[in-house]
Design a protein around this ligand. Structure first.
Ligand SMILES: [Zn+2]
Length: 235
C-alpha cells in the first residue's frame, strides 16, 4: 500500500521535474540564439578579411604601376638629355642609366603580373566567399526562426506545466509540501525516492530495517537516515 501523501508528492515531483526541465530549456534559448549570431559574425569577419586582402593586392599593383610610370618618365628625361649633350662620356653614362632603369621596369612589370594573377585569384575567392556567406546568412536566419519558435512552444508548455504543478501542490498537505520543498531545495534533483533492495533510491545507502519497515507500513512520511530524502516502498 502507498501513503496518499506520498502519492500526491510523487505527482508533484513529476510536475516539478517537468517545470525545471522547461525552465532550463527556456534559459538556454537566448544563448543558443546568440551562438548562431556569433557564428555568423565570425564568418562575416573572415569574409571581410579576404576582401581586404584582395583589395591590398590591387593597391600594391597600382603603386608598382606608378613606379613604372615614373621610371618611364625618367628614361624619357635621360633621352632628351642625351640629345643636348655633346660629351661622349655623359652620353654613355645616360645610356647606362637608361639600361639600368629599363631592367628595373622589367622587374617591376614581372611583379605586376604576379600581383594581377593573385588579384584574379583573390576576386574568385571573394566571389565564392560572398556566396558562402549568403548561404550562411540564410541558414542562420532559419536556425534562429526555429529556435524562436521552439522557445515560444516551450514558454506555452511552461505556462501549462506551472498550472499543473500548482494543482499538484494543492493536493499535498501543507506540512508535507514544505518538507518536500526544503529537501528539494537542498538536493536539487529529487526529494522523494523509492527504496531499491533496501537502499535509498537517492543516495544508494543501505537503509535501516526500521526505516524500510516504516516505509512499507506507509503510515507516515519516512526519510533516508543518510541523505534526508523521503523514501517510499515500491511494491
Ligand atoms: Zn538517501
Amino acid at each position: 500500500m502507498i501513503n496518499p501523501t506520498v502519492e500526491a508528492l510523487l505527482v508533484l515531483q513529476e510536475r516539478d521535474v517537468r517545470v525545471t526541465a522547461l525552465s532550463a530549456e527556456l534559459e538556454d534559448s537566448p544563448e543558443q540564439i546568440a551562438a548562431v549570431d556569433a557564428e555568423l559574425a565570425a564568418k562575416q569577419a573572415k569574409f571581410e578579411e579576404i576582401k581586404n586582402r584582395t583589395r591590398l593586392i590591387e593597391a600594391d599593383r597600382k603603386k608598382i604601376d606608378l613606379d613604372v610610370q615614373s621610371k618611364q618618365a625618367a628614361i624619357a628625361r635621360y633621352r632628351s638629355q642625351q640629345q643636348t649633350t655633346r660629351k661622349n662620356e655623359e652620353f654613355a653614362a645616360l645610356n647606362h642609366e637608361i639600361e639600368h632603369t629599363e631592367k628595373e621596369i622589367s622587374a617591376l612589370e614581372d611583379q605586376e603580373l604576379e600581383l594581377m594573377e593573385a588579384y584574379d585569384k583573390g576576386l574568385a575567392t571573394v566571389a565564392l566567399g560572398q556566396k558562402e556567406l549568403a548561404q550562411a546568412q540564410e541558414k542562420a536566419k532559419l536556425k534562429k526562426a526555429e529556435l524562436e519558435k521552439r522557445a515560444a512552444v516551450v514558454a506555452a508548455d511552461m505556462a501549462a506545466a506551472k498550472e499543473k504543478q500548482a494543482e499538484a501542490e494543492k493536493a499535498v498537505p501543507e506540512e508535507a509540501a514544505s518538507r518536500y520543498r526544503r529537501i528539494l531545495k537542498s538536493k536539487k534533483d529529487v526529494a522523494i525516492v523509492p527504496i531499491h533492495s533496501g537502499a535509498c533510491g537517492g543516495c544508494h545507502m543501505k537503509l535501516t530495517s526500521q526505516t524500510v519497515l516504516s516505509a512499507k507500513g506507509a503510515e507516515a512520511l519516512v526519510a533516508c537516515e543518510n541523505c534526508g530524502r523521503l523514501v517510499y516502498w515500491l511494491e
